[in-house]
Design a binder for this molecule. Structure first.
Ligand code: FES
Length: 199
C-alpha cells in the first residue's frame, strides 16, 4: 500500500515537472524567431521522381484498363439499326430479306448473317418477324406447304404460325419480331424483341 502511494507521489511530481518544463519552453520559444522547415535536396528529388513516375505509370495503365473494361460495359448492339429493304418493295405478302449485323460480344467482334420476314398490314404498318421457330429454334418458311396455306411452317416438328406470327401448333409462343425504323424510304431493323402484333 505504501509502495502505491509512493508511486502516485512520484508520478504527480513528474507531471508537475513536465508541465513547468513545457511552460518554460513555450515562454522561451515566444522569444525565438520562427524556424522555417526547409525541404532537403533528397526530399525534393524523392517527391519529384515519385510524381513523375506516378504520372507515367498512369499514362500507360489507364488506356490499358479502359481497353480491357470498355467492351464489357458497352451494351450489346442496343439502339443499332441496319438498313435492310426499300419501303416501296414491302407488300402485304411476307417476303424474306437478308442482312448482316456487326456484333460485339466483349472483346469478340463478328458479323452475323440474318434474315427477316417483312410485310405491311392493311393500315400500311410495316412488321418484320424473326425466322427462328419458338419451339426449338429451327428456321421457319412462309407458305411452304399446301397443308398450311398462308402460314409460316417449321420443317422440324411441324409448328405453324399465322401471318402475324401467332403460334397455331407445337410452339408455345408467337414468333419474335425485329424493331423497325423507317427512314429515307428505307426499312431499318434493330434488335429482336417479343412479338407485339399478336393480341
Ligand atoms: S423447332 Fe420448330 S417445330 Fe420444333
Amino acid at each position: 500500500m505504501i509502495n502505491v502511494i509512493e508511486m502516485v507521489n512520484e508520478w504527480s511530481a513528474k507531471g508537475v515537472e513536465d508541465c513547468m518544463s513545457n511552460q518554460h519552453d513555450e515562454h522561451e520559444s515566444s522569444h525565438k524567431p520562427p524556424i522555417r522547415k526547409e525541404m532537403s535536396r533528397r526530399q525534393f528529388l524523392t517527391y519529384t521522381l515519385g510524381g513523375a513516375t506516378a504520372f507515367m505509370v498512369g499514362g500507360v495503365t489507364l488506356p490499358m484498363v479502359r481497353f480491357a473494361v470498355d467492351p464489357i460495359l458497352q451494351k450489346k448492339g442496343e439502339g443499332a439499326f441496319v438498313k435492310v429493304a426499300e419501303i416501296s418493295k414491302i407488300t402485304s405478302e411476307p417476303q424474306e430479306f437478308s442482312f448482316e449485323l456487326q456484333q460485339q460480344d466483349g472483346w469478340y467482334s463478328s458479323t452475323a448473317s440474318l434474315t427477316a420476314w417483312i410485310r405491311k398490314d392493311e393500315s400500311g404498318n410495316i412488321y418484320a418477324l424473326s425466322p427462328i421457330c419458338k419451339h426449338l429454334g429451327c428456321t421457319i418458311g412462309w407458305n411452304t406447304s399446301k397443308d398450311y396455306p398462308d402460314q409460316y411452317l417449321c420443317p422440324c416438328h411441324g409448328a405453324h404460325y399465322t401471318k402475324d406470327g401467332k403460334q397455331l401448333a407445337v410452339a408455345s409462343k408467337p414468333l419474335d419480331e425485329y424493331k423497325v425504323m423507317l427512314k429515307d424510304d428505307w426499312v431499318y431493323l434493330g434488335e429482336v424483341v417479343p412479338n407485339t402484333i399478336v393480341k
